[in-house]
Design a binder for this molecule. Structure first.
Ligand code: GLC
Length: 639
């Protein structure tokens, strides 16, 4: 049994986070190979020259995490520059591997945890939880894949969405009316581009109130959902964490009456602000509150909805009422002063640090398993438990149906209840590369159903960026084009080369049988849907440094183009492979390439797929929706 290779160490008084589903015998002392400094409460490990570090899920920088500092502290931060340390997720599993021996670590601590992986000292990995109430797991195994399998057994089986969720989805913040959505469906249909989902952002709600639908802009919602379903399209609404404070709004009134909102030290409900203005945050960590909020999804499933995305659940805080008062008081003081340069910077800091202020996360409490716990100590569980709330409710509301569910914030354990999207990226070429590099780490951490906002969320995109991003997105389980209000529109029909886009999306649909079966294998066997080359070719030193090619399932390797104006790229082949250069699902050329370095041409409309020796790639005839694909009639490309 792989669990025998796991050792558990406990420090302080660890929380039962819900990440782990198996009992592992506790060891005494310090994890093997580590030193523990009692004063700084820091674990350190000396990295050997050849050690590489993989994992940590949704983080910036490359596949090999060595050389930077990462802080697990779920953050609503859309600026994903490589000097950032925290994004929306905390997935604290990593593997250290020098090529001959490897081990994994899972740090089960729901508060902030700093992983300094050769940042302060290039040869030292240090792990520092802000509150050292930690369960620390060390996972041994003969290879990274074996270690991944043991870890995943420890944390339980990954979420599986309905099969239609493997189709293409169009999203944008700003579809304000049912007609806006009808237009999206119509334009895709006219061009014959497959489409399974249209996402509904906060615009569908009445004043941004959860589980409401604006009756003027979306009259007769139930019939609208039906009408779209007849077109083969699933509508997927967003749900936000904050509940609007508004007299008469039933969810607010119920939550208040039952005491289900997060409270301050004095017992009053925390008042924060997000899209709806002032809100309370449901205490998802409290079992009763969680069950109560989950039931509310029924309002929308009753209207025919079969999928959701949970957002702003770090939770994002624009401001808290208390902090805002403090800021105004400070601003008044500044008003009466002559601002020298330092004064000006202080003033700027006071004003610009209003949103997601660390102090605000120390102003409220949860009722967690009967313990009153200050939020910051369990911060990373909030999005996980919001998603758990929905998922547990779906088991009751529609036990025989799979519901699409993914979240922005996450922590290990949430992978059993839903997938993730990687939050507010930007329309930049570097963010396409970041998407490529994040995917294997997400797979490793159990978040197999995941993907990024294709085309980029913030900023203005370009046609070639969307095209190259789609060409990579074809292989990501969650395949969604999403963009922010006010940015250039990026539905595929907004561009010139719609035939090329159609071919690319059809290729995805042709690949769905392969993608789905490889996805299911990864879920059922605790494997990885997307892998770094190194995980399969561990004896090939060149693969240690391949950061821009991935193995997708067992049969293929991909080498996406992620730079502007490129007409090809360098590809390293760890063994002989058959290159399939797709222009569409039925227009491609093939060529066997030998092991080694190659420069491979890839025009803007071409997708490079490499079939591994002895393997095969099945292709279906695409259909306008996943459920219409004939999976019995598959064409096979053999090596
Ligand atoms: C957040 C989400 C984004 C969404 C926006 C408006 O920024 O991450 O996807 O479009 O809120 O709801």
């Amino acid at each position: 049994m792989s669990l025998e290779k796991i050792r558990k160490y406990e420090f302080g008084n660890p929380y039962d986070t819900g990440a782990v589903v198996c009992d592992v015998r506790k060891q005494v002392g310090i994890p093997e190979g580590f030193k523990y400094d009692m004063n700084t409460e820091t674990f350190t490990y000396t990295l050997g020259e050849k050690d590489m570090v993989f994992g940590l899920g949704e983080t910036v920088r490359g596949i090999n995490k060595r050389g930077w500092i990462y802080v697990s502290n779920n953050a609503d931060d859309p600026v994903h520059d490589e000097n950032k340390t925290s994004l929306y997720a905390s997935q604290n599993f990593l593997i250290v591997d020098d090529g001959s021996s490897a081990f994994g670590i899972f740090v089960d601590n729901p508060g902030s945890v700093t992983f300094d992986i050769g940042y302060t000292d290039m040869n030292v990995m240090s792990i520092h939880p802000e509150n050292n109430d930690t369960s620390f797991y060390v996972i041994n195994g003969d290879s990274p894949l074996e270690i991944v399998a043991s870890f995943r057994e420890l944390v339980g089986k990954s979420y599986v969405p309905p099969i239609w969720a493997f189709g293409y989805g169009q999203s944008r913040w700003g579809y304000k009316t049912a007609d806006d959505i009808r237009t999206v469906a119509k334009r895709y249909k006219e061009l014959g581009i497959p489409l399974d989902m249209i996402y509904m952002d906060i615009d569908y709600m009445q004043d941004f109130k959860d589980f409401t639908v604006n009756p003027e802009r979306f009259p007769d919602f139930e019939n609208f959902v039906k009408e779209m379903k007849e077109e083969g399209i699933h509508l997927v609404p967003i749900i936000d964490a904050g509940v609007k404070i508004e007299d008469g709004y039933d969810i607010y009134e119920e939550g208040k009456a039952k005491g289900y909102f997060c409270k301050k030290e004095d017992g009053s409900n925390l008042v924060a602000a997000v899209w709806p203005g002032k809100v309370h945050f449901p205490d998802f960590l409290n079992d009763d509150a969680r069950a109560w909020f989950g039931e509310k999804y029924k309002i929308l499933t009753d209207a025919g909805i079969e999928g959701f995305w949970n957002d702003m659940n770090e939770p994002a805080i624009f401001y808290t009422e208390d902090h805002l008062k403090e800021v105004f008081a400070q601003v008044k003081e500044f008003e009466n002063k002559e601002l020298d340069i330092w004064g000006f910077f202080d003033f700027k800091d006071v004003v610009s640090s209003i949103a997601n202020n660390p102090e605000d996360y120390r102003r409220f409490y949860h009722d967690f398993n009967g313990r009153k716990v200050r939020h910051d100590k369990v911060h990373n569980l909030y999005g996980f438990y919001m998603t758990r709330s929905a998922s547990e409710a779906f088991d009751k509301i529609c036990p025989d149906k799979k519901i699409l569910m993914f979240s922005r914030a996450s922590y290990t354990g949430m992978h059993r209840y839903g997938g993730v999207w990687t939050g507010d990226n930007t329309s930049r070429w570097s963010h396409l590369l970041m998407n490529i590099q994040m995917m294997p780490a997400l797979s490793m951490n159990g978040f197999v159903f995941s993907g990024a906002d294709i085309g980029g969320f913030g900023g203005n995109t370009t046609e070639d960026l969307v095209m190259r991003w789609i060409a990579f997105g074809i292989f990501t389980p969650l395949f969604r084009n999403h963009s922010a209000l006010g940015t250039r529109e990026q539905e595929l029909y907004q561009f010139e080369r719609t035939d090329d886009f159609k071919n690319l999306i059809e290729l995805r649909y042709a690949l769905v049988p392969y993608i789905y079966s490889e996805f299911m294998k990864a879920v059922d066997n605790n494997g990885m849907y997307m892998k770094p080359l190194y995980f399969e070719y561990r004896n090939d030193d060149r693969c240690r440094e391949v950061e821009d090619q991935l193995l997708v399932g067992d049969s293929i390797m991909i080498a996406p183009v992620y730079e502007q104006n490129r007409t090809g790229r360098n590809v390293y082949l760890p063994e002989e492979m058959k290159l399939v250069r797709f222009r569409s699902y039925d227009d491609y050329d093939t060529e066997v390439l030998e092991k080694g370095d190659h420069y491979v041409k890839a025009a803007l409309n071409e997708v490079l797929v490499f079939v591994r020796p002895g393997k095969e790639l099945p292709l279906a005839k695409p259909a306008r929706q996943v459920e219409k694909i004939d999976t019995k009639d598959l064409k096979i490309i053999k090596f």
